[in-house]
Ligand binder design. Structure first.
Ligand code: 5PA
Length: 338
């Protein structure tokens, strides 16, 4: 598909503007020298909403849908450290909507939860193990609000539905446009993956625009089968709303580009190997990764480069999906590892 054609399709969906503009692609000079690959970072941590991050892109389309449907409230869910939840609250406030944040985990007013409170979103915390289990609570709250005459929209965990994926299709188009104008031909585009929307958008977008680029999603500790099912379903559903072939990415292909082994004991664990890497990268390049998503994703990338799964000389783009609040959410654990 031509770049202009994908851009036009994306422009035809309801949307609001939340990003400042295209995020920069920056060469990681010191790391490139050290690793022997040409390493670039797409700074999606600098989107401009709240603390920034990948959810801003998804929310441009999700909030567009909320406004088009005449909703006055959004309900979404995640862990107390959720970046998505904070981004959703910030987008809602900016657009004059109410936000109800349905959370799980330890209630401590720091990190992203403190930011959720500062922005004055309604926070409800439940005692469940996984964010998936919060779905029923979101539905109950939606009913409760509807009875009070409100018009709520439920946004799934991570904003990972086909509407949200459109935001990462636009990111894929942005990457292709920027790499053309920079005279760069990437071999790999790498993202952390959890609820699957980011990986789906990049994978599908590059498949449509530049199929020779390998789009890798590095798991951050979610169960592999659940992740593959989620991404598989999102590819199908998004292909459908875009009017492109649903089978455009085969299950085998999806399995090959979904990388495992860097979850360090499961989603949300904060481990020394990752904290050491965050310190190292900050010291080399002057930017911060987070302990839950980008730290684990980048660890996987560095390991694949070291093992030459990604061969020397490759041109690699890592999408920095944000997550800065995670540093402060886990400041005590991190401080103990310095
Ligand atoms: C998250 C997710 P996807 O959920 O689209 O796969 O993105 C993974 C990801 N980087 C990558 C950062 C900084 C993220 O926050 N965050 C979730 C959240 O609740 O914040 C959905 C889990």
């Amino acid at each position: 598909m031509l770049l202009t054609e994908l851009k036009q399709k994306l422009d035809s969906f309801p949307q609001v503007k939340l990003l400042w503009g295209a995020t920069p692609i920056v060469r990681a000079k010191n790391l490139s020298k050290e690793t022997g690959v040409e390493l670039y970072i797409k700074r999606d941590d600098l989107t401009g909403l709240a603390l920034g991050g990948n959810k801003t892109r998804k929310l441009e389309f999700i909030m567009g849908e909320a406004l088009e449907k005449g909703c006055d409230t959004v309900i979404t869910a995640g862990a107390v450290h959720s970046n998505h939840v904070l981004q959703t609250a910030a987008a809602a406030k900016k657009l004059g909507l109410d936000a109800v944040l349905v959370l799980r985990g330890k209630e401590e007013n720091k990190g992203n939860l403190l930011m959720d409170r500062i922005i004055n979103a309604e926070v409800r915390i439940y005692d469940v193990e996984t964010s998936r289990e919060l779905k029923d609570y979101m539905e109950e709250i939606a009913e409760e609000l509807a009875e009070r005459g409100k018009k709520p929209l439920i946004i799934p965990v991570g904003g990972s539905n086909p509407t949200g994926v459109l935001g990462y299709l636009r990111a894929a188009a942005e990457i292709v446009g920027q790499s053309n104008s920079m005279g760069l031909e990437f071999d790999y585009v790498v993202t952390p993956t959890s609820s699957g929307g980011t990986q789906t958008g990049i994978l599908l977008g590059l498949k449509l625009l530049e199929p020779k680029i390998k789009a890798l999603g590095i798991g951050v500790g979610d169960p592999r089968e659940e992740l593959l099912d989620d991404v598989g379903r999102l590819i199908k559903e998004t292909a459908e709303i875009l009017n492109v072939d649903e089978g455009i990415v085969s299950r085998d292909e999806l399995e090959a580009c979904t990388i495992d082994g860097y979850g360090f004991g499961g989603y949300g664990t904060v481990v020394r190997e990752v904290i050491d890497l965050i310190k190292y990268i900050a010291g080399q390049e002057g930017f911060y990764l987070d302990p839950v998503y980008t730290g684990k994703g980048f660890y996987g990338l560095m390991d694949m480069i070291r093992k030459q799964v990604i061969p020397p000389g490759s041109k690699v783009l890592f999408v920095h999906t944000g997550g800065l609040g995670g540093i402060f959410q886990y400041e005590d654990i991190i401080a103990g590892m310095l």
